[in-house]
Design a protein around this ligand. Structure first.
Ligand code: GLY
Ligand code: MN
Ligand code: MN
Length: 464
């Protein structure tokens, strides 16, 4: 945990922003896998972690602005729990570490909220995402699930606060990145023809676990990098394949890293792979160089798209004026997703609070319809203190070729004849994490190898 003052100051800022009413923050539960006592690994809610730092399940908190009370609701271990789970730090002890002196049994939450409702006080809560908490909120607030109305004021206040990282948060993220960088080097070291994808996953998972870190998200480690959220990890690595490794560790306090590297199973890239890799790297570099406060991330996304189109035109896959191609969204044949997203206590930071609030403004709302832009999680102006990813890619998706080609879609910009010969190419992504600073940006974590020659040299060494 950070110091008690850290959590007290964060809550004080939150109280000032929200200004009145009762703030209710729910922790997470241990979700069952196949029966109640066999549970998925517990992960505390990130906003709960941010304001209280306590990792225990089945707790909630009230920040009562009007009555100036802060209460943690939860149950101390009873005799049975003591027998089965052993003596642990009490909730009272945990609460003191986050600067809260008042604790109450969990069941008292209901009467506290009923009283607040009876007195017509506003109860602010965030959008629930765990089913248990949706049902709990529905019961506590006596509202149908579909009628639960999260507090926009609270969401905006939390987003404003969590979007600007403190120095101690940056240290956490850099520590996640240190482990993640080594995970990526290890993957590049152990990958051999004939292995299964999951053997790489197992190796990097062990490496992280040996340092008491875990994955910040289910890793994508695949020879089919064109499948954007590929979770299948049973393919056999063959010479000629590219391995896309999108994996990142989470610190014990919950801070994430999110890195992607793409490397050949063989010691070297093929000429075709090298060409497209360098196009992605150029888009990455162009985008990174534009990072600074005041610049709209959507504009950086579109600049990266333009660089991709220019590169793809140079190898005959696209043609025509690059700006017109991007205006017509022709690049989304190759780059179907967004250039990046905020990162912090969540790998897609605060996505549970709503992309519109985290990545956009009411004056320039998120485009929820256009293919490509609808997957861009961040569009608004950057501010010093933001932490985000840059992750351009080229993904050749055979089904998408068939659909667009049949529709003759964007054929003035896409050279379908050449594209046919790339059907089995797969995908490339390069992803790093950055802090926005007053005068520009800073790469977070160690500088992980990413040029063709750096990767080939490392692969040659690993395979010899
Ligand atoms: N690892 C998921 C992403 O890159 O957004
Ligand atoms: Mn990633
Ligand atoms: Mn990412």
């Amino acid at each position: 945990m950070f110091s008690a003052e850290t959590y007290q100051n964060r809550r004080k800022n939150l109280r000032n922003e929200v200004s009145n009413g009762v703030i209710l923050l729910l922790g997470n539960i241990e979700n069952p896998i196949n029966f109640e006592h066999n549970t998925y690994p517990f992960r505390q809610d990130s906003s709960y972690l941010y304001y209280f730092g306590i990792k225990a399940p089945n707790i909630a908190a009230i920040i009562d602005i009007d009555e100036q009370r802060e209460i943690i609701f939860g149950d101390e271990l009873d005799t049975d729990a003591l027998v089965w789970m052993g003596r642990q730090e009490t909730l009272k002890e945990k609460s003191l570490k986050s600067g809260v002196t008042e604790t109450l049994p969990f069941k008292d939450l209901e009467s506290y909220l009923q009283k607040a409702k009876f007195n017509n006080r506003t109860i602010h809560f965030l959008p629930p995402y765990q089913s248990f908490n949706k049902i709990l909120l529905s019961r506590l607030l006596d509202r149908h699930l579909d009628e639960l109305l999260p507090s926009e004021k609270l969401i905006k206040a939390v987003v404003n606060q969590r979007s600007i990282k403190e120095a101690q948060e940056i240290e956490q993220i850099e520590s996640a990145l240190k482990v993640s960088t080594d995970m990526h080097l290890l993957a590049m070291q152990v990958a051999k023809p004939g292995m299964k994808e999951y053997e790489i996953v197992n190796a990097i998972q062990k490496f992280a676990a040996d340092q008491n870190f875990r994955f910040a998200y289910p890793p994508i480690v695949t020879v089919h990098g064109e499948i954007l959220h590929n979770q299948f990890q049973e393919n056999i690595l063959k010479n000629g394949d590219l391995i896309l490794n999108d994996s990142g560790a989470e610190t014990p306090m919950g801070y994430a890293a999110d890195l992607t590297r793409t490397f050949p199973v063989a010691a070297t890239f093929t000429e075709r792979q090298k060409d497209l890799y360098n196009i992605v790297l150029e888009a990455f570099t162009d985008a990174r160089n534009l990072l600074k406060p005041g610049v709209k991330f959507k504009d950086i996304h579109l600049k990266a798209a333009k660089t991709l189109v220019e590169g793809l035109s140079s190898v005959g896959l696209m043609r025509g004026n690059a700006e017109d191609a991007v205006d017509n969204h022709a690049h989304t044949m190759f780059f179907q997703c967004g250039l990046g997203h905020m990162m912090g206590l969540d790998v897609h930071d605060m996505e549970d609070l709503g992309e519109q609030y985290v990545g956009y403004t009411e004056f320039e709302p998120k485009d929820k319809k256009t293919f490509g832009l609808k997957s861009l999680r961040l569009g608004k102006e950057l501010q010093a203190g933001n932490v985000l990813t840059i992750e351009p890619g080229i993904y050749i998706i055979p089904d998408l070729i068939d659909i667009w080609k049949a529709e003759k879609k964007n054929q003035e910009f896409i050279n379908y004849d050449v594209l046919e010969s790339f059907r089995d190419f797969s995908g490339i992504r390069i992803e790093d994490n950055f802090l926005i600073e007053e005068n520009g940006y800073r790469l977070l974590g160690p500088d992980l190898i990413k040029t063709v020659s750096e990767i080939e040299d490392f692969r040659k060494m690993s395979l010899s």
